[in-house]
Design a protein. Structure first.
Length: 561
């Protein structure tokens, strides 16, 4: 009986697509994701950089009886921030509105106002309008009238000496501010620390105390008190001198206002700036934003303490997470007997990566602060109790909390890197008489270094931007004192690194500006600018780690493959 031959399958045309729709869908998904990321970065960069660009100041004359008037006046001057179209209920066409920064918050009790374009009678850009940057109440906008010097001499606006004298007095005021800061922060701060140490020493003396020792401590306290009073009097005198010179200017709504020159940071005429002068002002605004301290509830000034705090916290977190993650990965891969227990540990590690960050914050508060920190105070700083030293939030506990949160990423990346090391390299080392630890130390770890750095890069990218756990373990709204400086305190575990100190963070700064600021409109440009610098900081740290990884990869390429 003849077996029928199977029906031959039709040959597929080599040119017909097979699987190409899925490839195109994957490409479209990747393109969409990249477009969204690039669009977000474009918005952040454009809005962040635009906040430093000096705008023109326009003067608006409003229609009588319009809703946009301030204190019954028909004239408003300010910088246009937003020009939007708003569709009103029952209206067929959208209505245009302008968001204007009007300044003079001490007079108008507001910093921003929305104006309906239909209520604007006319608008102009007077060249004599002056924008004054102040220490308090934000910027002032108006027309300068005269400058009153300390001896009562008046210099009228428009004379040749006005601008020169105003610049000179502003620079003198800045020098006095720096001198006041040096006296109050450095010199008086040092005296206060010395007096605190003497008071603690006196309180910790065994009873009955030696009268000679007590008398010696009291004499030193009296000496420090005398120095304090001398410096405090000098600081008070400088502050009084800051109030002597005054600048008188006319408000756009009418009437005059007076500003103490000691409260002025700088000034310029925004409608007189050319392209080069405007770009120069743009650069100076960006530099000041990076290097200055915040002021006016963080809506004015710079973000240097937040940048420095974020950088130091990320470095401390990285220094803590890498040893723990690498040791755990080495044990799981090289020493632990593979079985149900190890598999359960790996599952737990992978699940830890998905735990919400606020849970780690609660754990850090309960374990690091209330348990470890409180016990450290009992053992090492009992003479300072009941004032806590490490029994409260600080940069060390914040770094360890984020290290605990990101350690699963480092463990997984390190395990993958160790498993990628050629087996022959390890067996060759063992055959040459090296111990297992020597093989790990000299063969496995160097070859795994690029993978370990990959885990570190991922950990830094996540940890640097976290906010929720930091709110519980050490971050604060304002901390102008840096956690690392040239001052050696008795509570320092690492010299001149104040691990017990609270700190500022860029992520929390963004949250505070966007949701806790008393004037959200004033904080909006700062939100984008701070976000821009947070991205730049994370990118800078990641690029440094990537360059180091590529260097190690080239160095150990021969031994890896």
């Amino acid at each position: 009986m003849t077996t029928p031959s199977p029906t031959p399958r039709p040959m597929r045309n080599p040119g017909s697509p097979r699987g190409e729709p899925l490839v195109w869908m994957s490409a479209m998904g990747l393109t969409l994701g990249l477009t969204m990321v690039l669009g977000l970065l474009l918005v952040i960069f454009s809005e962040g950089l635009a906040s430093f660009w000096p705008r023109h100041v326009e003067q608006f004359t409003l229609v009588e009886g319009s809703r946009g008037q301030i204190a019954g006046s028909r004239v408003i001057a300010g910088e246009i921030l937003v020009d939007r179209a708003k569709r009103l209920v029952g209206s067929e066409e959208p209505q245009r509105e302008l968001q204007v920064f009007v300044g003079n918050r001490d007079i108008y009790k507001l910093g921003f106002q929305w104006l309906d374009v239909n209520e604007i009678e006319s608008r102009s850009r007077p060249e004599d309008l002056i924008l004054i940057e102040r220490m308090e109440y934000g910027d002032a906008i108006g027309t300068a009238v005269k400058l009153i010097q300390a001896d009562g001499t008046e210099v009228a606006f428009g004379t040749a000496a006005f601008e020169t004298e105003l610049v000179r007095l502003t620079e003198l005021a800045e020098e006095r501010r720096d001198e006041i800061l040096a006296i109050e922060k450095s010199q008086i701060g040092s005296i206060n620390r010395t007096m605190d140490e003497l008071a603690i020493r006196k309180r910790s003396l065994e009873q009955p105390a030696d009268p000679k020792v007590v008398a010696s401590i009291d004499a030193k306290l009296a000496e420090q008190q005398g120095l304090y009073e001398t410096l405090a009097a000098k600081s008070k005198e400088l502050r009084q001198r800051q109030k002597l010179e005054k600048l008188v200017y006319t408000l756009p709504t009418g009437g005059e206002n007076t500003i103490e020159v000691g409260n002025i940071i700088g000034h310029y005429y925004p409608n007189q700036l050319g392209p080069f002068a405007r770009f120069k002002r743009f650069i100076s605004n960006g530099v000041a934003f990076v290097w200055e301290n915040p002021r006016e509830a963080n809506t004015e000034g710079g973000i240097f303490p937040a940048i420095f705090g974020t950088f130091i916290m990320t470095i401390l977190m990285s220094a803590a997470v890498v040893p723990f993650g690498v040791v755990a990965a080495i044990y799981l891969r090289e020493y632990a007997r593979q079985g149900p227990v190890v598999r359960a540990v790996r599952i737990a590690v992978n699940n830890l990566a998905g735990v919400p960050s606020i849970v780690f914050g609660v754990f850090g508060l309960g374990f690091f602060v209330y348990v470890v920190g409180a016990n450290m105070d009992e053992w090492l700083f009992s003479d300072r109790l009941p004032t806590p030293t490490f029994g409260t939030g600080g940069i060390m506990w914040a770094s360890l909390t984020l290290a605990l949160m990101t350690v699963p990423v480092v463990i997984v990346a390190t395990e993958e890197a160790i498993s990628a090391v050629p087996r022959g390299a390890k067996e060759g080392s063992l055959a040459m008489g090296a111990s297992k630890w020597q093989t790990i130390q000299r063969i496995v770890l160097p070859a795994s270094a690029p993978g370990i750095l990959t885990g570190l890069i991922l950990a830094m990218a996540r940890g640097a931007g976290e906010v929720a756990p930091l709110m519980l373990v050490g971050v604060v709204k304002l901390a102008p004192s840096l956690p690392v400086d040239g001052i050696w305190k008795s509570t320092d575990i690492i010299p001149m690194v104040h691990l017990d100190q609270k700190f500022m963070h860029l992520g929390f700064h963004i949250y505070d500006l966007g949701f806790q600021s008393p004037d959200s409109d004033a904080a909006k440009p700062m939100v984008f600018a701070t976000t821009l610098f947070l991205i730049l900081l994370v990118v800078g740290l990641n690029i440094t780690a990537i360059l180091l990884r590529e260097r190690l990869r080239r160095k150990y390429k021969a031994s890896t493959f």
